[in-house]
Design a protein around this ligand. Structure first.
Ligand code: NAD
Length: 422
């Protein structure tokens, strides 16, 4: 039975997805029912002294979905549309993402309903520190490990780490991941998601018999954290990035865009719109360009039913969370022979994988070189790719279903092995 507190469209969609996949694979119904609800959902009110002297109260959430395989793990977002249902749905997806990648972690997610662009740095710091105090006994290296998400960054993580450490009386870097390297962050964490997406796309190309050379092309929607590092790795591997976009505009060059120059432009102007090494193109039209690799790395829901029918890419590597709507997914399932899909729970899992490496390094107080981090990341991404493809081929299901089946099997086996307490 659905608890009305987390009644939200994203939560319902996620439940539908879990049920469709779970029932078709004959997942133990007791396990499936358990996975449709989080273990714990925490709501706190967070009073913050604003710069003008007023005290404003914000609402904060931390949802802990499943910790059968290890501590809850997931991002903390600051955004105006944060609500308990959305955070719950995202925590469910983190549980299956961590299980799919074979990480000894569970799924969690958190957020504060606030417009971070309207906060001064001081207000943001006070909000973060008070929120941390409100949930201080519910997080910890062995309990629940937050990470950056929309509207939060490594600075916010260092404030959480400091507040938690002050409350506990000793430095506890492993309470969060995505921290600055100077306080125990991991080399390569910032680049991990984008690099992982690009690596996954190249694994897919190899699987499809497409040789990576200078005739291969990529299109990237969202030239932000994920998009920039995906573009960089693809360009370094010889792939031509022929188009890229951000929220302000899109640029195209059939001969390939200079990714480094585009990053420079982004640094100087805050956008790639107007980049001189290419010509402007409509952002929607860009998604339908003929290319080998398309990476949506911006927002959710951009590939709906109509767009899914128009895609002319050979590989769709989902850098963003949920870029394909459920109607769009139905179309892509029909077009499996034309468009090879790398679903978000796999394609963008490089971020949580290196977060796991950061957590391990912090617990051991033994830090790896950037080469070690990257090598381990690529080893994990390649291994899971082969596993998902085996399920896809042997069970004749689409790649998204294959990834979810693999995750559900790992999670349900752990749940059944541990059994129900008491
Ligand atoms: P970001 O804020 O750094 O970058 C987002 C980019 O998308 C920006 O360039 C922005 O201008 C662009 N954008 C926004 N709306 C757009 C639109 N309508 N059309 C075109 N471009 C648009 O964010 P990010 O960290 O790169 O995350 C991007 C996506 O990847 C999100 O869905 C996020 O949930 C997902 N993701 C990120 C990570 C990570 O480690 N950063 C990990 C897993 C998943």
């Amino acid at each position: 039975m659905t608890c009305k507190e987390w009644d939200d469209p994203l939560y319902h969609n996620t439940c539908r997805l879990f049920k469709n996949v779970g029932e078709a694979m004959n997942l133990d119904p007791n396990v499936l029912n358990r996975l449709l609800q989080p273990e714990r959902a925490i709501i706190v009110s967070v009073p913050v002294r604003m710069d003008d002297g007023r005290v404003e109260t914000f609402h904060g959430y931390r949802v802990q979905h499943n910790n059968t395989r290890g501590p809850f793990k997931g991002g903390l977002r600051y955004a105006m549309d944060v609500n308990l249902g959305e955070v719950t749905a995202l925590s469910m997806l983190m549980s299956i993402k961590c299980a799919l990648m074979g990480l000894p972690l569970g799924g969690g997610k958190g957020g504060v309903r606030v417009d971070p662009t309207k906060l001064s740095r001081g207000e943001k710091q006070r909000l973060t520190r008070r929120f941390t105090v409100e949930i201080v006994n519910d997080i910890g290296p062995d309990i629940d490990v937050p990470a950056p998400d929309m509207g939060t960054n490594e600075e916010v993580m260092s404030w959480i780490m400091d507040t938690y450490s002050q409350m506990k009386g000793h430095a506890t870097p492993s309470v969060v991941t995505g921290k600055p390297v100077s306080v125990g962050g991991s080399l390569g964490r910032k680049q991990a998601t984008g690099r992982g997406v690009a690596h996954a796309a190249m694994e897919a190309a190899c699987h499809l018999g497409i040789e990576i050379d200078e005739n291969k092309t990529a299109v990237i929607q969202g030239f932000g954290n994920v998009g920039v590092y995906a573009a960089r790795k693809l360009a370094e591997s010889g792939v031509k990035v022929i188009a890229a976009s951000d929220v302000y505009g899109a640029v195209f060059n059939s001969q390939g865009l200079d990714v480094v120059a585009m990053e420079k432009r982004l640094g100087e102007h805050g956008t790639i719109k107007g980049f001189e090494g290419g010509e402007p193109i409509d952002g929607q039209e860009m998604l339908t360009l003929e290319c080998d690799i398309l990476i949506p790395a911006a927002i959710s829901g951009v590939i709906d039913e109509g767009m899914a029918g128009k895609l002319k890419c050979r590989i769709l590597a989902e850098g963003a969370n949920g870029p394909v709507t459920s109607a769009g997914n139905d179309v892509l399932c029909q077009r499996q022979d034309e468009v090879f899909v790398l679903p978000d729970i796999y394609a963008n899992a490089g971020g949580v994988t290196v977060s796991y490496f950061e957590w391990v390094q912090g617990l051991q107080n033994f830090f790896w070189s950037a080469e070690q981090v990257n090598q381990q990341l690529y080893t994990v991404m390649s291994k899971i790719f082969r596993e998902v493809v085996s399920v896809h081929e042997e069970e004749k299901v689409d790649m998204r279903t294959a990834a979810m089946r693999l995750a559900f099997r790992r999670l349900s086996e752990a749940m059944l092995r541990r059994g129900l307490f008491p």
